[in-house]
Design a protein around this ligand. Structure first.
Ligand code: ATP
Ligand code: MG
Length: 391
């Protein structure tokens, strides 16, 4: 029944002179998101985005795609009324209500917006007159202006629009309006959620995954590719860098105290990710770390890991409990993939009793043992990096 949607946005409305950049980005992200759903026309119109659907399309699938476009505050399926003079308007709005609500035992209110100031009725007049028309045509409906069960919204522009269903969008800001960041993406629960959260603020994403064949399997890598695909439903197309970390890990294992392995490994991961981030034009790194979750995420450990980077490291989950992270992971549909039981490179070389309060001084002195070969190994890892286009 719906051949169009009105898309409302919230926060980007506050952006002053740059507002058009946000609106253009939102329009483009909507176009990208709807591409697999069919042929749509997407245009900007006075503080909102208008989507026309001339062809057949799947309503559910289209709404789901729109619910993943950051920057949308609400999605209103609308009926367009070509002829807006009063008699046709009342008739069309009445027809809309009749078709939309086979059972009309509800309270309602008419809300009106008049962008066309030449229209003979003012907004309050449209509300009153339209309300009276609907009451007469459908005596089973009752008016409640304070808490109606149904709000019938009528907008009069050059054409008129009627809607009564407002589907919440994801909020946030359109991806691409706020620079790019490099997500350290593992196969776990946390990092996909972290990427989702930063993207929600308008940041484009690239991702880096460290794998350690043959200690980590192809299936473990495929799992990360699958997670990246799920995250890219929100972020749009992104590059996934796959770094072969085996030689570096073995070398650290050979040369450094085993209780410091995880921290030293994490420091090299951050350094390598930072180099890739610079190449990719990213302005920050993103991780799924959360204070105290594991030994490598105590305040001491985070300080030691952070110390190798000059780029800002964004940790959106830093104060989240695991349960809260799991909740988001379920919402964005990454959870089921994340809990598949494949090994991660961080779990294969771990010590039984890793340090929980590493001192940066001690860690640095252990890293001196790596001086002979580490630069060359890092160089090799960077040269052999595999780039996967995720879409
Ligand atoms: P996650 O669920 O995200 O894997 P985790 O609880 O397993 O997190 P760690 O393994 O300590 O935590 O990793 C902390 C963060 O470091 C991850 O959220 C991720 O950003 C990054 N990270 C860990 N392992 C890898 C990896 N193999 N490749 C890329 N990034 C990684
Ligand atoms: Mg992990």
């Amino acid at each position: 029944m719906f051949k169009a949607f009105l898309i409302k946005y919230a926060e980007i409305g506050l952006k002053g002179n740059n507002r058009y950049l946000f609106e253009n980005a939102l329009r483009d992200r909507i176009k990208d998101a709807l591409e697999p759903c069919g042929d749509f026309m997407v245009s900007k119109e006075q503080g909102r985005i208008f989507i026309e659907c001339p062809q057949e399309y799947d309503f559910e699938e289209t709404v789901e795609a729109l619910q993943r476009v950051f920057g949308i505050s609400s999605i209103c399926p609308v009926v367009v009324i070509e002829e807006s003079h009063w008699d046709s308007l009342t008739q069309a709005v009445g027809d809309y209500v009749e078709k939309m609500y086979p059972n009309r035992e509800f309270t309602f209110k008419v809300e009106a917006k008049r962008a066309d100031k030449k229209y003979p009725l003012t907004s309050p007049e449209i509300c009153i007159e339209m309300g009276a028309y609907l009451l007469k045509r459908f005596p089973e409906m009752k008016v409640d202006v304070r808490e109606p069960q149904v709000r019938v919204t009528v907008e009069v522009r050059s054409k008129a629009y009627v809607y009564s269903v407002v589907i919440p969008g994801p909020g946030g800001m359109p991806v691409g309006t706020n620079g790019k960041a490099m997500l350290l993406l593992s196969g776990g629960i946390d990092s996909p959620v972290a990427g989702y959260m930063i993207a929600k603020r308008g940041v484009s994403m690239a991702a880096t995954y460290f794998h350690a064949p043959p200690y980590t399997s192809d299936r473990a890598k495929q799992k990360v590719v699958d997670l990246a695909k799920k995250v890219s439903k929100y972020t749009g197309r992104m590059k996934l860098y796959v770094v072969n970390f085996t030689e570096i890990q073995l070398y650290i294992y050979e040369k450094c105290p085993h209780d410091e392995l995880t921290i030293i490994m994490r420091r090299f991961m951050m350094k390598i990710a930072e180099t890739l981030a610079e190449k990719e034009g990213c302005l920050g790194l993103v991780t799924g770390e959360s204070i105290g979750q594991v030994a490598s995420q105590t305040m001491h450990s985070l300080a030691a890991t952070n110390e190798v980077c000059t780029m800002p490291v964004y940790r959106p989950l830093i104060a989240f409990d695991k349960n809260d992270i799991v909740e988001v992971a379920k919402k964005i549909d990454t959870y089921e993939t994340s809990i598949l039981p494949y090994e991660d490179c961080c779990t294969i070389f771990v010590a039984k009793h890793p340090v929980t309060k590493p001192s940066i001084k001690t860690i640095k002195s252990s890293e001196k043992n790596l001086e002979e070969k580490i630069e060359e190994l890092v160089e090799l890892a960077l040269e052999s990096v595999e780039v996967i286009d995720i879409k």
